[in-house]
Design a protein around this ligand. Structure first.
Ligand code: CU
Length: 468
């Protein structure tokens, strides 16, 4: 059997993939070819090519790593290396990743598969690979120093194990983990059941989203690696809205979304328009009698969750992290609240000294989307994304579930904006208005408080203060 031909067949199926250095790597004692991907667009799924049929997963703004079969073992080649990732239109980041991208490609196998992964290190420091959630021999678990020596720059290590249980998994380094994960080193792993599993549904669409976060100062391109909590870019698969592809479904499709969290905080993932059930966790499929309907599920650090629903309502439904700061792009947190502060007069005087000076926030922050505030190069506005009716005023961990009745099976391209049927959309009331609404709609009196503030007096006293 010509393994190289099989391998190239899989490469072609993955679409848009560039094979690099194929001659040299093939010469290296049976190392699989390096397959790289430099596009941030969602790539077509890789169809199964073995005895077990399954509906392959789609990684939003990502891709699935082709493999080659060698003596009954599925072989993959991951290369840890610096990459440039477009986080969204107009913003690129200097990250570390695998095979040209952060996150790395999704690895997709079948329960019982014998798997061999070659990990080549092209980073300036050592690394290792941990197969988060897998049942495997202890020496394959990838904790540098504990289970194996770290993989030095230029070296290749081999991991071999059987994909023992079906489910959703992740991979990430377990060597200088803080740096390497802050730089974007992570990926998804899906193991499909070998035979019909009583707790695992067959689905029409199966999406993968890896939650990750970066702290990149506006105008720069390399993440700050020492940040613990105050990240400014909240991403799905290293993409931020409006750069995140929509999840597309045909009406009445059963949809599964697999979400893994490799950030340093929890994310309540919320889907509009439908109810879902959590059908799987880190430990595998949940028992059907343990499931209940939800519209938001919280995903803690290091966890994976599979949610499932029937996409039985047409439309463009928002899907996002419900921490409102996580559905925004780079923002400073040391900004005072200016709601109700009247700047008229002061602004003009300051502009005589600083011509570009602007005031925002006195009517809330939505002005951000309308003012053409000059931004540093290589960043995205805090609130952005044009919808069919104006700015969506979102960023970060935000996308859409787009349900249409006429999308063919296996098609994942964005169908465009939903056309609401007549009579099924909120509309402006044009009848008689009460006095207060007239004032607001003409813009007068917007900043005056409608009630007088209560004035209180306090005396501040220092600790241990004694009179006299
Ligand atoms: Cu979040």
């Amino acid at each position: 059997m010509n393994t190289r031909r099989d391998f190239m067949k899989m490469s072609a199926l993955a679409g848009g993939i560039i094979a690099g250095q194929s001659v040299t790597s093939t010469a290296l004692a049976g190392l699989p070819d390096l397959v790289s991907q430099n596009s941030p667009d969602t790539q077509d799924p890789v169809q199964p090519d073995g005895p077990t049929n399954y509906n392959p997963v789609v990684t939003l703004n990502g891709w699935t790593l082709p493999w080659r079969m060698k003596d009954g073992v599925k072989e993959f080649h991951l290369v840890a290396e610096p990459v440039v990732r477009e986080l969204g239109p107009g913003m690129e980041a200097n990250l570390w990743g695998y095979n040209g991208q952060s996150p790395g490609p999704t690895i997709e196998v079948v329960e019982g598969d014998k798997v061999r992964i070659f990990l080549t290190n092209r980073l300036p420091e050592h690394t290792s690979m941990h197969w988060h959630g897998q049942r495997l021999p202890n020496g394959m678990d990838g904790v540098a120093g504990l289970n194996q020596p770290a993989v030095s720059p230029g070296k290749t290590f081999v991991y071999e194990f059987e994909a023992k249980r079906p489910g959703t998994f992740m991979y990430h380094p377990h060597a200088d983990e803080m740096t390497q994960m802050a730089m974007g080193m992570m990926g998804f792993w899906v193991t499909h059941p070998k035979t019909k599993h009583p707790w695992i549904n067959e689905v029409d669409r199966d999406y993968c989203i890896l939650l990750n976060a970066f702290d990149i100062v506006p105008g720069s391109a390399t993440p700050k690696i020492m940040t613990m909590l105050d990240f400014n870019l909240w991403a799905w698969n290293s993409r931020i809205f409006p750069g995140i592809a929509p999840l597309v479904a045909r009406k009445n499709d059963r949809v599964r979304v697999r979400v893994g969290n490799l950030t340093m905080t929890n994310h309540p993932i919320h889907v509009h328009g439908i109810e879902f059930e959590v059908t799987g966790t880190d430990g595998g499929p949940t028992r059907p009698e343990s499931r209940w309907p939800e519209v938001t599920t919280d995903i803690a650090v290091g966890q994976m969750r599979q949610i499932e629903f029937i996409a039985n309502e047409e439309g463009d439904w928002a899907m996002h992290c419900h921490k409102s700061h996580h559905s925004m792009n780079a923002m400073g947190h040391n900004v005072p609240t200016l709601i109700g502060v009247d700047h008229r007069g002061i602004t003009e005087r300051i502009q005589r000294l600083v011509p570009d000076y602007m005031v925002m926030g006195e009517r809330g922050m939505a002005d951000m989307t309308e003012m053409s505030m000059p931004l540093p190069d290589n960043t995205l506005p805090m609130m952005t994304g044009e919808g069919p009716y104006g700015s969506v005023e979102m960023g970060g961990m935000f996308s859409m579930l787009k349900v249409r009745k006429d999308i063919p099976h296996g098609v994942y391209t964005d169908p465009g904006w939903y056309q609401n049927p007549v009579g099924h959309q909120a509309f402006e009331y044009t009848g008689e208005l009460p006095e207060i609404s007239k004032q607001l709609s003409s813009g007068d009196g917007l900043l005056e408080p409608k009630t007088s503030p209560q004035v209180s007096q306090f005396m501040a006293v220092k600790p241990n203060y004694r009179k006299g």
